[in-house]
Design a protein around this ligand. Structure first.
Ligand SMILES: [Zn+2]
Length: 66
C-alpha cells in the first residue's frame, strides 16, 4: 500500500508518501519523513507525544494500492 499524508494546516499543502505493508509501518515511516516539517512549521505538533502525532497522521492520510 502507498500511504499519503497531506499536511495543509496553515500553509500550502505538503505531501508525504510512504510505501508500507501495514498501518504501523506506514505511521513509522511517515513520522520519520514529516519530522523535519513538523519541527520547522508546526512546533506545537512536534512537541506532542508520539501517540498524538500518530493520530494526526492517521486521521489525515489516504491509502492506495501500489
Ligand atoms: Zn504542515
Amino acid at each position: 500500500m502507498v500511504y499519503t499524508f497531506t499536511c495543509s494546516q496553515g500553509h500550502d499543502p505538503v505531501t508525504f508518501t510512504a510505501e508500507a505493508e501495514n498501518d504501523d509501518e506506514a505511521v513509522a515511516k511517515l513520522m520519520e519523513e514529516a519530522r523535519g516539517h513538523l519541527a520547522e512549521v508546526h512546533p506545537d505538533l512536534a512537541s506532542m507525544s508520539p501517540d498524538q502525532t500518530k493520530q494526526v497522521i492517521i486521521s489525515n492520510w489516504t491509502k492506495s494500492e501500489s
